[in-house]
Design a protein around this ligand. Structure first.
Ligand code: SF4
Length: 436
């Protein structure tokens, strides 16, 4: 008991944060906040959390009950009702953290029988300590590329008006206006603000059916967060937008493969001539593609045309788990690996968009598989991204296809990989070629 008291003094726990029936969020004295990683629960401490990053959002989770830690008893409790208003429901609260931060724990909760799928966000654990919310995250990219403080609406609107004058007849410019002003897409805003990376959404089709696809959900009961682009821009429309960005931004990046489209490898008939046209006019700027990597031969053609870097999305490097999430149609995981090989063979930059879920990504099986993959495929960068999908349902799907051991912790995973592969870059955003 004495040891526990001193431990609590040196490593203070975060106070639990919950929501009432009206959606009001408040701290609950007498309980500590809890993070979960599949079946593993742990109280959140000040020492392994950070002050909530600017721009993060708190959400309460309907049809779910919070799991909290009672330091007085040393027991985890699932709260069934609001202790301040007996008979009333109480809900768990989670943080959707800002870009650049990878979550280490999910907010701990249990579903009620009426629970449906959670919307497509990540649900980081959060607590309260000394006047601040704190979240269980690791900073992987300090660049302020998507810092909302640098994206004032009036500046974006001014940028939109300027681009209307500069590119009066261009459907891709019009589409990006919707992204920036209606969806609040940071990448879309950056095009109009003339900074960093501009998006070049192009593809209406995809040959995967990711469980957490943001642009298309059919008969799942999950709403997608943005509509897929409804037309295919011409090479000229793509070139106009790309060159506008490249010529006015230092260390610029233009990227195919966005959240509001399918997979760009299925639109190579317009992308290849667009890349050739851009490269016939300038060597500046980084032309990047975010893709599922399903068509290595097509990707090879795009690399020959002048594509500089490729970011391939993966939730795992094990085929069974990949198939369970991506549900590929007409390609195999081996094709994704061949795309990585093809890009490396041409000495182009390869990153993986590694979709993390604590409780799965940090299991020994996943950690070992990732290390084996990195030995075989010496890619340049891992972009550690939080998987935006219902965590409990994701763990169930992954555990249904293969067995998993107890998680080693996201910090241990990242530290272990960095130690074994010291040249491997960690980050969140696509780098310009000047930083390859
Ligand atoms: S690869 Fe991208 S566009 Fe295709 S299903 Fe997956 S998330 Fe959606």
């Amino acid at each position: 008991m004495a040891k526990k008291q001193s431990d609590l003094k040196t490593k203070p726990l975060l106070t639990a944060v919950v929501a009432n029936q009206a959606g009001e969020i408040f701290e609950l004295e007498g309980y500590a906040a809890v993070g979960m990683a599949d079946s593993l629960l742990s109280p959140l401490k000040a020492a392994n959390t950070r002050k909530i990053p600017y721009g993060s959002e708190l959400m309460y989770l309907p049809d779910r009950r919070p799991v909290l830690y009672n330091p007085a008893t040393g027991i985890y409790e699932t709260l069934k009702e609001n202790p301040y208003a007996p008979g009333e429901a109480i809900f768990p609260v989670a943080a959707f953290n800002s870009p650049g931060y990878v979550i280490t724990h999910i907010s701990a909760y249990r579903e009620t029988p009426s629970a449906g799928y959670l919307p497509l966000f990540s649900y980081g654990a959060v607590g309260w300590h000394q006047g601040n919310f704190r979240t269980a995250v690791i900073l992987v990219d300090p660049e302020p590329r998507q810092d909302l403080r640098q994206m004032k609406r009036e500046d974006v609107v001014a940028g939109v008006e300027k681009m209307r004058r500069q590119l009066p007849v261009n459907r891709l410019r019009e589409h990006l206006e919707k992204c920036a002003l209606q969806y609040g897409c940071p990448a879309g805003k950056n095009f109009f603000l003339g900074r960093y990376e501009a998006p070049l959404p192009t593809a209406g089709q995809c040959n995967a059916r990711c469980l957490g696809c943001l642009s298309l959900q059919k008969n799942t009961g999950i709403s997608h967060s943005q509509d897929r682009i409804a037309f295919t821009p011409t090479p000229q429309e793509i070139v106009q937008v790309a060159l506008t960005h490249i010529t006015r931004v230092k260390k610029s990046i233009v990227s195919f493969g966005q959240g509001c489209e399918g997979d760009p490898l299925l639109a190579a008939e317009v992308i290849e001539p667009a890349i050739r046209l851009v490269r016939s006019q300038t060597k500046d700027g980084t032309i990047n593609m975010n893709t599922n990597g399903s068509r290595p031969e097509v990707l090879a053609q795009l690399l020959e045309a002048g594509l500089d870097s490729v970011r391939i999305s993966l939730n795992t490097v094990r085929e069974k788990c990949y198939d369970a999430y991506f549900r590929p149609r007409g390609y195999r995981f081996a094709d994704v690996l061949r795309s990585i090989e093809t890009t490396l063979a041409r000495k182009k930059f390869v990153a993986i968009n590694y979709l993390n879920s604590p409780g799965f990504t940090d299991t020994p099986q996943e950690s070992d598989a990732l290390a084996g993959f990195l030995h075989k495929y010496p890619i340049h960068m891992i972009q550690w991204r939080n998987l935006n999908f219902d965590p409990i349902r994701y763990w169930k799907k992954m555990n249904a296809v293969t067995d998993h051991g107890e998680p080693i912790g996201m910090e241990n995973l990242l530290n272990g990989i960095q130690t074994r592969f010291p040249k491997l870059k960690f980050g969140y955003f696509n780098p310009p070629k000047e930083n390859f």
